[in-house]
Write a protein that binds this ligand. Sequence first.
Ligand SMILES: Nc1ncnc2c1ncn2[C@@H]1O[C@H](COP(=O)(O)OP(=O)(O)OP(=O)(O)O)[C@@H](O)[C@H]1O
Length: 297
Amino acid sequence: MSAIRIADLTKRYGEIAANDGISFEVGRGEIFGYLGPNGAGKTTTIRLLLGLIKPTSGTAELLGADIRDRRALTAAKADLGYLPDTLGFEERLTGREALDYFARMRGDDRRDELLDLFEPPLEKRIETYSAGNRRMLGIVQAFMHDPAVAILDEPTAGLDPLKQDRMHAFLEAERDAGKTIFFSSHVLSEVQRVCDRVGIIREGELVALEEIDDLLERGGKEVRVQLAEPVDEAAFITPEMIDVEAVDNTVRFTYTGEAAALLAHLVRFEIDDVGIGDPQLDDIFKHYYGDDGATED
Ligand SMILES: Nc1ncnc2c1ncn2[C@@H]1O[C@H](COP(=O)(O)OP(=O)(O)OP(=O)(O)O)[C@@H](O)[C@H]1O
């Protein structure tokens, strides 16, 4: 049984199809990244999966429970951790009081271990928390009852790089222990780092569903070459270079071929400096799904 199974799921708001016939599965023991620009429909899928909103058509299963079957879904959710995009904590409670509240509902076997790792303040009222500390408290809340499946909506938004790293390492350890992680993001680099597989959603439609390695291979490399002297563009540019921009002696492009072939090509020129990096989600969207898929930030 898959941890999550989504079948032709559609949610309409008037003219807008926030989710339009989405189908995919997330296996047990997998970290699945759900990627898309702002407004693509990621939160809508998550809210449907949790039974917080009803589908217009199609359905989904969470741990075998049909989301339209309220009783079955409630039972399945006992084994679910959920980190919402906006954390709906009772603002006047302290962090400790909020965790106590969730502990009474679902248990908190792993509370201490998670507090050691993520360190949200516990004695202050939540209304005084920074965005990062809210997120840390949310992470402790989502995992402290040791759920089999965690659904995380932009889990690292607002975290400093050190805490982001800690979160990524934690998710990998959870996956290695057999847990299933579904998380949404618009940041390719983090999905690239931790996910096994990715689904890309754009304007309500699933436009790609693949292994992260395959996606990055198709995304090409971002390359910047600083030439020692001007060269003939026709000699320098190959068919594998796309979106080429040349300013003075610096040429930037996306390289869609093999790295070895690029290096073999470059050694024929007098070069001062080279930078090769991974593509950003925006670029992958631009190259493979059209310009209007670019993210806003
Ligand atoms: N309750 C609602 N009423 C009307 N339209 C809605 C509602 N909820 C979402 N939408 C619309 O559905 C589309 C998808 O929104 P959704 O919040 O799922 O996107 P998202 O991918 O999670 O974006 P973000 O990364 O900005 O959170 C958007 O066009 C949004 O305006």
